[in-house]
Design a protein around this ligand. Structure first.
Ligand code: NDP
Ligand code: 8X3
Length: 251
């Protein structure tokens, strides 16, 4: 394949989908992942015709599956140029003393361990080829802690630390590593956090203009189009109405 290859996790909605479409418009062939196979199928119809597309259905929590599927990529798809570790969500928003163990497991298993499993499967190829770029989608919740954000914030602080660690360890191989830390972006994020409660989810984005998924994809476009000697290491991007993690009403 002549084109570069981008792998985007969590490309079935929101930020990941916008990133996949934007990278496709830039001419990247796209590997898109998620659990919802129907959504990955629909994405095919939205991609430009000239772009090659490989949808992969797996849960990032499933260590064996992640390593098996990403370890057996077709020959033409092995040389991944850009990995976007985007799959993730918040689950619940409770004071720590009444938080649910299942919610805690989900956030640590998906946002932290899932990111590690996917990265593990891809980093070896990048270091062997001495080229590549990893973009981790963190959050303002990885820079600040807000009331009832406890475990989600911890998971995103871990993403921040892992990004720094990856950048240091992969630096000798010329691999670029960055994190984008968004504030409030209107996606399916709150619907997942509040377990399908549409009213509560919509209220998160009322009374101000939130970021759009495309605003994050625009940053990805800027980052991947920098010359070889430039890495955009860390970006905090907020809606203009949001000055900190605690200032916007979340529910
Ligand atoms: P969405 O809920 O719209 O998208 C989340 C994506 O992650 C989906 O494609 C989903 O795919 C995928 N995903 C979730 N769990 C798993 C899993 N176990 N295995 C595989 N894929 C999974 O939310 P966003 O687009 O907003 O979220 C994307 C990232 O951005 C997350 O890491 C989130 O923490 C971060 N973020 C979001 C902000 C916001 O305000 N929206 C702000 C800051 C950061 P599927 O369900 O098909 O598996
Ligand atoms: C998502 C943004 O502020 O709800 O990471 O944590 S926030």
């Amino acid at each position: 394949m002549k084109n570069k290859i981008a792998l985007v996790t969590g490309a079935t909605s929101g930020i990941g989908k916008a990133c996949a479409l934007t990278l496709a418009k830039l001419g990247y062939n796209i590997i898109a992942t998620g659990r919802r196979a129907d959504r990955l199928k629909e994405l095919a119809a939205e991609l430009p015709n000239e772009v090659e597309y490989l949808p992969l259905v797996f849960d990032v929590r499933d260590r064996e599956k992640v390593l098996e599927i990403l370890g057996a990529l077709p020959e033409d798809w092995k040389a991944i140029d850009v990995l976007i570790n985007n799959a993730g969500n918040a689950h619940g928003m409770d004071p720590i003393q009444s938080g649910s163990l299942d919610d805690w497991d989900a956030m640590m298993d998906i946002n932290v361990k899932g990111l590690l499993y996917v990265s593990k499967a891809i980093m070896k190829g990048m270091t062997d080829r001495k080229s590549g770029m990893i973009i981790n989608i963190g959050s303002i919740a990885g820079k600040e802690v807000y009331p009832n954000g406890n475990v989600y914030c911890a998971s995103k602080h871990a993403v921040d630390a892992l990004t720094q660690g990856m950048r240091i360890d992969m630096n000798p191989f010329g691999i670029k590593v960055m994190a984008i830390h968004p504030g409030l972006v209107e996606t399916e994020f709150s619907l997942v956090r509040f377990k399908g409660d549409e009213k509560r989810s919509e209220s998160v984005y009322q009374g101000f203009e939130p970021l759009l998924a495309q605003d994050i994809a625009d940053i990805v476009e800027f980052a991947v189009t920098r010359p070889p000697h430039v890495v955009i290491a860390d970006v905090l991007v907020l809606p203009t109405a949001q000055a900190s993690a605690t200032l916007v009403k979340k529910s």
